[in-house]
Design a protein around this ligand. Structure first.
Ligand code: SAM
Length: 299
């Protein structure tokens, strides 16, 4: 059974019909997906490898690197040498979207504010061919070690890991691009079949997360160079962690939400977002519930 606070919140936010759609997407386990890591291989080689091992897959219209598996379980993939070598990375479809929305550029200074375990950091390194200067910040020491390990395994060689509270980064730092994949309640990842996730979720966690998200967002907007762009994302579908944080956090900054121009994004299942330009992904058997917005700081 999904938590009472969650059910009440989505009904109040989205109305009964859409809330039922959200609940419907949380009934059973999500299909496994992976990202081909272009620092080590290419998507066509990954397609050939999966076919060779009898692992069925679909491709996604919004990224050549994304693979959605037909039936395979995570252990089947972890058994492949390509997994150990970092050629493939198990990553949810929704979590591949924020780096695509940010469009990291070679030669730029990029901050990943809440980085572990590092799926999106490594994705940005791959998108730039290791030609961007990426700073990856993570508050938790053990998670930062995992981040380092994952980056090394995937060949992301130009990433500087900082074990720090990103909200306390010195204000003299400046970055061209920032990803704030904020810590959150994980409400978009809930599944009726996964008791661990259900018991970890609470109203208190959602409210505490919102307070941290607000601090991190205001720091991100401070550290972003005028004219630069950032992406704010969470794996939550609750307005208190998404639109409300953006409304409060952007106050006092000359910044605006830009529409996402990602080819194929119109095929992603969405929920209505109350801020124009923001994207809220509806949980389904394929996608986790997720939220993201691309913000431009005015020059
Ligand atoms: N971006 C990651 C990825 O794609 O693998 C997932 C990030 S996870 C949603 C949020 C992370 O932020 C957690 O690892 C958490 O420990 C870290 N975190 C929480 N508060 C933080 C803070 N104040 N500064 C830096 N990292 C923080």
């Amino acid at each position: 059974m999904l938590p009472e606070f969650f059910l009440k919140s989505i009904e109040a936010q989205y109305g009964a019909e859409t809330a039922a759609r959200i609940v419907g997407g949380m009934r059973s386990a999500r299909r496994v997906s992976l990202r081909a890591n272009r620092l080590k291989t290419d998507p066509e080689a990954v397609a050939a490898l999966l076919t060779e091992h009898g692992i069925g897959f679909e491709r996604l219209p919004w990224s050549e690197d994304a693979f959605l598996l037909t039936e395979a379980r995570k252990d089947a993939l972890r058994a492949l040498p390509a997994y150990e070598k970092g050629e493939i990375y198990l990553q949810s479809l929704s979590s591949m979207l924020p780096p695509l929305a940010l469009m990291p550029q070679a030669g730029k200074d990029i901050l990943d504010m809440a980085a572990a375990p590092g799926g999106k950091t490594a994705q940005m390194a791959a998108m730039t061919g290791n030609r961007a200067n990426i700073t990856a910040c993570e508050i938790n020491k053990i998670r930062a070690e995992r981040l380092q390990y994952n980056l090394r395994r995937q060949g992301a060689s130009r990433v500087n890991v900082m074990v720090r509270d990103a909200a306390k980064l010195e204000d003299f730092f400046r970055f061209d691009q920032i990803l704030l994949d904020a810590p959150c309640s994980g409400s978009g990842t809930l599944l009726e079949t996964e008791p661990r996730g259900l018991s970890a979720f609470s109203e208190k966690l959602a409210r505490n997360s919102a307070a941290v998200q607000l601090r991190l967002l205001r720091k991100a907007l401070t550290l972003l160079k005028p004219g630069g762009a950032m992406v704010y994302s969470t794996c939550s579908v609750l307005g208190i962690e998404n639109e409300d944080v953006l409304r409060a956090g952007m106050k006092g900054f000359k910044a605006e939400i830009e529409p996402l121009s990602l080819p194929g994004i119109d095929r992603v299942p969405t929920l209505p977002a109350s801020l124009p330009g923001a994207l809220c992904v509806c949980p389904t058997a394929e996608y986790e519930g997720f939220f993201m917005a691309r913000i431009r700081k005015m020059g």
